[in-house]
Design a protein around this ligand. Structure first.
Ligand code: NIG
Ligand code: FE
Length: 399
């Protein structure tokens, strides 16, 4: 048994375990002059330093704030090539969807990624995940989705598996855009071959679909979801990014873990999410980078939904390498309060991945936590462009 008592914590700030919905998202526990007892990688006790029992080993953090490790519930960190020319076209006024419809955008990332080996994909993704981790992410979801054909998708998932030896990752099979011809055959192959192979090799825990006018229809999404559930995989969805075509309602009915994006969600989609256990994940980096309307984070919380925030790190719509910045932008762009944003990036992000053992600093949870540079936790939602995170601990070990 290894035991360490962390002291010198000006304030320990955390949401309670479990997804927090609506008004409960702003209820944080704040313990001043706190201590944290870690035993075998798990939190054994938290409380006031005065009441801490003696432990063999002590680690004095020097009077700084401690919060739970952040969880990035949505990233596309594995890709090859770049979208720098798309970026120039977009800032000159060409819409993201027009670039995609013309065979560029996601399709250009697919061409570049299909040409890369597993080793090349690992080498490209490693520094991106390292950046997310330095920004405070102790668990990161990573999607495939730039593979298109099954072999290339499986190569992406194998790259994620290799990276799982170095990072705490949650792998998702993303069915991203249909081929220009033969989409029905493609959906059939996804359901009959790709999903069964992914499940058999335990290469992913969830299946995600991009349900959108330029991507998959609601009916195609349903077929893919039915196959995923039949193979024991959880459901996630990209929906309402540009048009609310019914994907959110389908995902809520089918018990999906999360629906992500939601920029075009209206009252019906907000009501469906609020009435369900499905997490509504907002992606503030997309709002900043594409300059499109923000997802209605405030309205979702006011309606009683479970709201999370993620980076959506990807080359096209969100080159955001910081989960802290995603949290900070959700306050500016999606109308979350700082306290709500902390819940969104911790316990609620964990729920968006189906994980109940992290996201809160409470006895029995994983000892994943951050020591900030200063004594006030509010630097975390406040700072833009400098990293307020000093130390990242996963399983009680400082990285
Ligand atoms: O979450 N919108 C769909 N998929 C990604 C973007 C991927 C890309 O542009 O390469 C997203 O925004
Ligand atoms: Fe995405």
């Amino acid at each position: 048994m290894t035991e360490t008592l962390l002291t010198g914590i000006s304030e320990l700030v955390t949401p309670a375990p479990g997804p927090q919905r609506g008004a409960a998202m702003c209820e944080l526990t704040v313990i001043k002059n706190a201590a944290l007892l870690v035993r075998d990688g798990m939190i054994a006790w938290v409380g006031s330093e005065q009441e801490a029992s003696s432990a063999a080993k002590r680690d004095d953090l020097g009077g700084v704030a401690v919060v739970p490790g952040l969880i990035d519930p949505h990233s596309h960190a594995v890709w090859a090539g770049d979208r720098l020319t798309d970026f120039e076209a977009r800032v000159a006024g060409v819409p993201y969807e027009t670039i995609l419809a013309g065979g560029g955008g996601i399709r250009s990332s697919i061409r570049a990624t299909a040409a890369a080996t597993v080793e090349q994909l690992v080498a490209l993704a490693r520094p991106r995940l390292g950046a997310l981790q330095q920004s405070g992410a102790t668990t990161m979801e990573v999607k495939s989705g730039y593979g298109l054909d099954s072999d290339a998708e499986l190569r992406m998932l194998r790259a994620i598996r290799v990276l799982s030896r170095e990072f705490e990752l949650s792998p998702t099979l993303l069915i991203h855009v249909p081929p220009l011809e033969g989409r029905d055959d493609y959906v059939r192959a996804v359901c009959q071959t790709l999903i069964p192979e992914t499940a058999a090799d335990k290469l992913a825990t969830a299946v995600d679909v991009f349900c959108e006018a330029e991507a998959f229809t609601v009916e195609e999404t349903r077929r893919i979801f039915v196959a995923a559930q039949a193979h024991g995989l959880r459901l996630k969805l990209h929906a309402d990014q540009f048009h609310a075509i019914g994907g959110t309602e389908l995902a809520c009915q089918m018990g999906a873990l999360s629906v992500d994006h939601l920029e075009a969600s209206g009252p019906a989609q907000i009501a469906a999410l609020a009435a369900s256990g499905t997490v509504a994940t907002v992606l503030s980096g997309v709002t900043l980078h594409l300059g499109l309307p923000a997802a209605p984070g405030r309205a979702l919380i006011d309606a009683g939904a479970v709201v999370a925030v993620g980076t959506d790190l990807n080359p096209g719509s969100s080159p955001l390498y910081s989960v802290q910045m995603a949290l900070a932008l959700a306050v500016r762009l999606n109308g979350l309060t700082p306290a709500e944003a902390l819940s969104a990036a911790t316990v609620n992000a964990a729920a968006a991945l189906g994980l109940a053992d992290r996201g809160s600093l409470s006895a029995g949870m994983r000892a994943d936590f951050l020591a900030l540079h200063g004594p006030d936790w509010r630097e975390l939602p406040y700072a833009l462009g400098a990293n307020p995170v000093r130390d990242v601990f996963t399983g009680g070990v400082k990285l």
